[in-house]
Write a protein that binds this ligand. Structure first.
Ligand SMILES: Nc1nc2c(c(=O)[nH]1)N[C@H]1C(S)=C(S)[C@@H](COP(=O)(O)OP(=O)(O)OC[C@H]3O[C@@H](n4cnc5c(=O)[nH]c(N)nc54)[C@H](O)[C@@H]3O)O[C@H]1N2
Ligand SMILES: Nc1nc2c(c(=O)[nH]1)N[C@H]1C(S)=C(S)[C@@H](COP(=O)(O)OP(=O)(O)OC[C@H]3O[C@@H](n4cnc5c(=O)[nH]c(N)nc54)[C@H](O)[C@@H]3O)O[C@H]1N2
Ligand code: SF4
Ligand SMILES: [Mo]
Length: 702
């Protein structure tokens, strides 16, 4: 019996898996860690071991489904589905214009599907409205990296460099639960005497390995980092040669942090002045150092500025482009990196090229066989597309690889808007909360059924083989897009013999872009077990560590940005006195569609639990069996509670992996960062009240 190979579908580590068949009839498979992939080799976390289960779940959709006016879903043939969907699209475009149709993609999709989806929107639909769930994920980090370095690759260095560094700052990143197989790299560094600092409002599983844990109330990262930068500049601990040769904007930075003495930072944030001094001196003196950030500080209306301030720290100390040194925004989704490079973003063409750049338009139009002026301009971000649906500017949406009814902020509004759509097509494996509103559900492939390339958090492009055929009448995403294009009369542009042929076209379309894949082929990926982009020619070895000789701005220098910390969009007040922050648990994944269908994972956390400090429990008079009612300006929900010393006293944490009345995004704030258009998932003001079991019983009997 053959052992099948793939990669876990969940986080950005993209650990290699092997499916070991047994001798039963029908065959069942055990998932094991693959010894072959040079990332986290031989290791998987609990999600990885259980990654196959949802693909076999009985609720898997395997036939195209159409919703009748009564609300009932009926099975239809693919042909019937394509005819009716394409007719609706054509009618809507005749009445409302090409831009009436929008596309909403995702970061779990392969590079090939991400690329096709972008091309499908611009060439088959000829619409400008395309964006994806990565807008809620990596957009602030991406904008910050582009501003500071001139290019956005989440990690500027390979994971292997972590093991050899001497100082690690982990800010708003809970790798122990979110990228668990990165932990051995951190533990290796610790064995080599590295100092680890974590910065988070909670004592997380990750903070357990920290030498220093800084417990910050959400929203105070930039104030705290200004304190570190202040000490490093005041005490002249910065890398003067590096700053002079490789950066711009030092004066602006020095001016911005001048007043942020450790004492003032203590008053602003509660972090002791001595702690600020110790970290600043320790990081500056260390011979090598890495700063990693993630969604904690990025998913805020000041997310781009927060991220820029952490980048300032790496640049000021010259800890870039050298062994054991670099900055990384820890990418989240399976293909969160590749998914943001090949045209899913509103303003983007493949290879991270800008759709408004005339030269890029010319190059890509040529590869696609169209005229540059046939390409639409830029659209708007994911949440703004939903706003345009509400304003009747967008009439239809195709959602492929996302579940915004659970994962977008302020979901009461999102639900109201999405119900206005004249046509909603969801391409998914399951009847998700979003698919419940759909006119059509088209059954897609799972990760085990689709061959393709992915790009992990390090920027390593690799090939994922197909293990199984798609079940029933479900289809590969790539086939669905190419076939629908045919029915829209644009099939000529979507003729591919294989997935590899799609990749070869993608590689060609990235020439001239920052994320240049043009030297990459399937054969190379398989032989070399992955290649780091940029890789601009067949003889180029790829780029594991970036910025060894310079940065990606035209003059080769990086830029400092002096940050004046701003308030969150919704500060606390008398009516809403506490800060709600949201995030993840180790055993669930995103909107929960996959992990809520995986028994071994779901039973460990069947419902969301609000984490609160004993001080807050006392404030609201929480009893042994009482629950907590959280109310924001948008909605009010009740949760069971975990009381823990390990959270900032005025902060409440709730994970977001559930829908309906368990969905914390019913409460979150939809204000967006002005640059990245990232919503403020990590901060909103709430009221907290005790909810007694008696009252609950009466309420549920009504
Ligand atoms: N198990 C699991 N793993 C996952 C995922 C999952 O859903 N489940 N999702 C994947 C994806 S798509 C992503 S994007 C990544 C996300 O990975 P992370 O960003 O690490 O995950 P989060 O839990 O959203 O947030 C990280 C931490 O930020 C803290 N935080 C909140 N507010 C602030 C603040 O103002 N400042 C600071 N410094 N910290 C703050 C939270 O307490 C939390 O511990 O994980 C990936 N891996
Ligand atoms: N409150 C709060 N909200 C958040 C966040 C937070 O920290 N707090 N984090 C945000 C972040 S970082 C992210 S990344 C988003 C993610 O949020 P979503 O985009 O909703 O993420 P998923 O649950 O991964 O949804 C992916 C859907 O695609 C389907 N799918 C998986 N693989 C494939 C495939 O190959 N083809 C097709 N067609 N479908 C597939 C799955 O079944 C699932 O229904 O959530 C965001 N929302
Ligand atoms: S660390 Fe990430 S990729 Fe690896 S097994 Fe766990 S969820 Fe899957
Ligand atoms: Mo994400």
């Amino acid at each position: 019996m053959t052992i099948l190979k793939s990669h876990c579908c969940f986080c950005s580590m993209q650990c290699g898996i092997e499916l070991i068949p047994d001798h039963s009839e029908p065959i069942t498979y055990t998932v094991k860690a693959s010894p072959d992939f040079p990332v986290a080799t031989g290791r998987l976390c609990q999600k990885g071991f259980n990654s196959m289960e949802h693909t076999l779940h009985p609720s898997r959709i395997t036939e195209p489904l159409k919703r009748l006016p009564s609300g009932e879903l009926i099975k239809v043939s693919w042909e019937e589905a394509y005819i009716q969907i394409s007719n609706s699209i054509k009618e809507l475009q005749t009445s409302y214009g090409k831009n009436a149709i929008s596309v909403y993609g995702g970061g779990s999709l392969t590079n090939e599907v991400s690329y096709l989806l972008g091309k499908f929107t611009r060439v088959a639909l000829q619409s400008k409205y395309m964006d994806y769930n990565g807008r809620f994920c990596m957009s602030s980090a991406a904008a910050a990296s582009n501003k500071a370095f001139g290019v956005d690759r989440g990690m500027t260095l390979p994971l292997s460099e972590i093991s050899r560094t001497k100082y690690i700052i982990l800010a708003g990143t809970n790798v122990a639960e979110c990228q668990p197989t990165m932990m051995p790299y951190l533990m290796d560094a610790k064995k080599n005497k590295a100092i680890i600092v974590t910065i988070d409002p909670r004592n997380t599983m990750t903070s357990k390995i920290a030498d220093i844990h800084v417990r910050l109330q959400p929203g105070f990262d930039s104030s705290f980092i200004n304190g570190l930068l202040h000490v490093i500049i005041e005490e002249k601990l910065y890398d003067k040669a590096f700053v002079k040769e490789h950066t711009h904007g030092f004066e602006e930075l020095a001016a911005a942090v001048k007043s942020y003495t450790p004492q003032r930072v203590e008053e602003l944030t509660g972090v002791l002045a001595a702690v600020t001094r110790t970290i600043a001196r320790g990081f500056a003196h260390a011979e090598s150092g890495i700063v990693l950030t993630a969604r904690g500080l990025e998913q805020q209306v000041n997310g781009v500025e927060n991220t820029l301030n952490y980048i300032n720290l790496s640049l000021l100390t010259g800890k870039m482009g050298k062994p054991g040194s670099g900055y990384g925004a820890v990418t989240g989704q399976a293909n969160g990196q590749g998914g943001r490079e090949h045209g899913q973003k509103a303003d983007q063409l493949p290879g991270y090229q800008l759709i408004e750049d005339p030269l890029a338009r010319e190059r890509v139009a040529k590869v696609w066989g169209i005229q540059p002026d046939e390409l639409p301009g830029k659209g708007v971000s994911a949440y703004e597309m939903i706003e345009k649906v509400d304003q009747d500017e967008i009439q239809a949406m195709i959602v492929l690889g996302s579940n915004p009814i659970v994962s977008a902020p302020n979901t009461p509004f999102v639900e109201k808007a999405m119900k206005k759509l004249k046509l909603l097509v969801v391409v998914d494996m399951f009847e998700t909360e979003t698919a419940k509103l759909a006119d059509w559900i088209l059954p897609s492939s799972s990760f085990l059924e689709a061959e393709g390339t992915m790009t992990n958090l390090e920027g390593r492009v690799f090939h994922r083989a197909q293990a199984f055929k798609t079940p029933g009448n479900s289809k590969l995403d790539s086939n669905i897009l190419c076939e629908l294009a045919e029915y829209l009369g644009r099939g000529a542009y979507f003729q591919y013999e294989s997935t590899e042929a799609i990749f070869n076209e993608l590689a060609k379309a990235t020439v001239g872009g920052k994320a240049d894949y043009s030297g990459i082929t399937y054969q190379r990926l398989i032989e070399e077990k992955g290649i780091f982009w940029p890789c601009p020619s067949p003889s180029h070895p790829g780029t594991p560590q970036m910025f060894k000789t310079g940065f990606d701005h035209a003059d080769g220098k990086a830029k400092f940005f002096g940050i004046v910390p701003k308030m969150p969009a919704e500060p606390t007040d008398i009516d809403f006195p506490y800060v709600l922050t949201t995030g993840r648990l180790g055993n669930h994944y995103l909107s929960g569609e996959q992990t809520r269908r995986t028994e071994a994972l779901n039973k460990k956390a069947p419902v969301p639990v609000a984490e609160i400090h004993p001080w807050l429990a006392n404030q609201i008079g929480l009893g042994v069996n009482s629950r907590i009612r959280l109310t924001s300006r948008r909605d009010s929900l009740v949760f069971t509670v975990k009381i823990t010393e390990g959270i900032h006293p005025r902060t409440i944490f709730v994970p977001f992996h559930w829908g309906g009345a368990l969905s914390i995004n019913r409460l979150t704030n939809d204000q967006l960062d002005p640059i990245s258009r990232m919503p403020e998932f990590k901060i909103c003001a709430v009221k907290a009240e005790r909810e007694d079991p008696m009252e609950l019983n009466i309420a549920s009997n009504k």
